[in-house]
Write a protein that binds this ligand. Structure first.
Ligand SMILES: [Zn+2]
Length: 162
């Protein structure tokens, strides 16, 4: 059965409404800084802000992060569901180097070139005084050595059983 595309909806891009606890994160984005919430006892990083799974609320603090991670998983949207989001585009889950997962979009990379395991870094884009954190591939977007993606592409085996 062939389903026609839905008629475009005339409304602006969705606005974010940060949780009060995450306000420092969004303020840092306007300065080009990518922060994570860290437990002062065990050093575990969190996003979004929340209590530590082992130490509760005290003492938690916002700290600078590396702004780097790897593509954990993604999906490519090829149909337009919102006028502000023109397909094709990828919705990506990045596993940050500090541990937390971060939902985002990839820039500077065509959706068909995206792979699980690609090393990425944060970049900030967006007008109206509210930059949003996106991620872009590092070093041309090659999957990190030893990742599932690199093995699947046959680039690197690192002596693992075939
Ligand atoms: Zn902790």
């Amino acid at each position: 059965m062939n389903v026609p595309d839905p008629a475009p909806v005339a409304r602006p891009a969705p606005a974010s409404s940060p949780d009060e606890l995450d306000v420092p994160f969004w303020e840092a984005c306007t300065r080009g800084e990518f922060l994570l919430f860290r437990c002062g006892v065990c050093g575990r990083h969190y996003w979004p802000a929340g209590c530590c799974v082992e130490h509760g609320w005290a003492p938690m603090e916002w700290v600078a992060s590396s702004g780097r991670g790897t593509v954990h998983t993604y999906t490519v949207f090829e149909r337009q569901y919102h006028p502000a989001f023109v397909p094709p585009y990828a919705v990506v889950v990045v596993r940050l180097d500090e541990g937390p997962f971060f939902h985002t979009n990839i820039v500077d990379c065509a959706p068909e070139d995206l792979r699980v395991g690609v090393a990425v870094e944060v970049t900030f884009e967006g007008g109206d005084g509210r930059p949003m954190p996106f991620f872009r591939p590092i070093d041309g977007g090659s999957p990190i050595p030893g990742s599932k993606a690199s093995r699947a592409q046959g680039r690197i085996t690192r002596g693992e059983p075939s």
